[in-house]
Design a protein. Structure first.
Length: 187
């Protein structure tokens, strides 16, 4: 019994619209494509899901039961894709910011609060430590980005200045870091 999310989506649309034609228009596909896909789905599950007539389609009893289970599957698949895209673009998942005590208030705090508000699915954790421990955390991957005062004299870190004070952000050159929206970090 093999079927795919697209077939489930087509069947749900047909039930919601009461017609293969209207469902196909809503999904921007050819009616014949949608109809064939639903027929393949019916063969795959071994039951007729829709009663077909000139006035449209209506789910059978088996179709109603099938659709009741299909709807959460499609919703979960949509959530899975949205969550994966959000994590891939840095808007979800986890992010660890290391900092020295000297920069833990003011701009850094305001920036992290704003980043959290703009990216509610992103969990931002802070690690306060001395400079050498922060670099060790960058090297080990325990810290995604370190906010430091002063110059960075290491060739293995990418860095950029923050704010008007001489504060820099550093991260390991070889590490792939999820991107937050630039306005979230640099204010």
């Amino acid at each position: 019994m093999a079927f795919d999310i697209r077939q489930l989506r087509y069947a749900i649309a047909a039930a919601d619209h009461g017609s293969f034609y209207r469902a196909a228009r809503a999904l921007d596909v050819e009616q014949s494509t949608l109809s064939r896909s639903v027929m393949k789905l019916e063969r795959s599950v071994g039951a007729q899901l829709f009663l077909r007539s000139h006035s449209g389609v209506a789910p059978t009893t088996a179709g109603l039961r099938f659709l009741r289970s299909a709807r959460p599957m499609v919703a979960n698949a949509d959530r899975m894709i949205a969550n994966t895209r959000a994590a891939g673009s840095g808007r979800a998942g986890g992010f660890v910011v290391g900092f020295n005590n000297s920069v833990s208030a003011g701009n850094l705090r305001a920036t992290l609060v704003a980043a959290q508000r703009e990216n509610p699915d992103l969990k931002i954790n802070g690690v306060e430590s001395d400079r050498s421990a922060l670099f060790a955390g960058l090297d080990s991957g325990e810290i995604d980005i370190a906010i430091l005062m002063g110059e960075i004299a290491r060739d293995d870190c990418r860095h950029a200045s923050f704010w008007s004070e001489h504060v820099v952000a550093a991260m390991s050159k070889g590490r792939h870091v999820r991107r937050l929206r630039r306005r979230s970090i640099c204010r």
